[in-house]
Design a protein around this ligand. Sequence first.
Ligand SMILES: [Zn+2]
Length: 165
Amino acid sequence: MNVCQIRMMSILPNYAEEIMAYAVRHDYPDIMYAAAPLLLEKPLENVLAEFPPAIAIAWTRYHATWSTCARSAMLILPKFIKPYSQPKQTQNWDQYDGCNCGQPIDSTVNKIIMVLAEGIAPLKDLSWTEKPDLVCCAQMKPAIVNWRASVDRSIKNIPDLSTFV
Ligand SMILES: [Zn+2]
């Protein structure tokens, strides 16, 4: 790497878009791969327009892997919440599982689904799962902690862009 490339790397994660454009223009794959994860939140079509064809194909597969991870984060959520819930006793909610605190688990599930509906962005930093008002009560917290750990593991298993090229 020359001085200019080293400097580009050191500026990341700032100016990821500009640095990516620079790396594409001068064909610096290492810098492309370093900047790529920082662009995951951008709309696919905007980012693809910047890439040479080989990188565009790799990017599509890389992005799809992240999207799959985001979907599965939603799909596995009930499995983690279930052990901390119990059937509601009242007539009105008898088809729902409730938390021991009396809230239907939907209140927690819906809040999480609303965040995950944003796509890949919420996966880039899962600290939002620690917000105290995300869960109905302290009893439900371990469910979210376990769920987050599982999502974290899936994210760590996503290979970097270079493996898709
Ligand atoms: Zn609760």
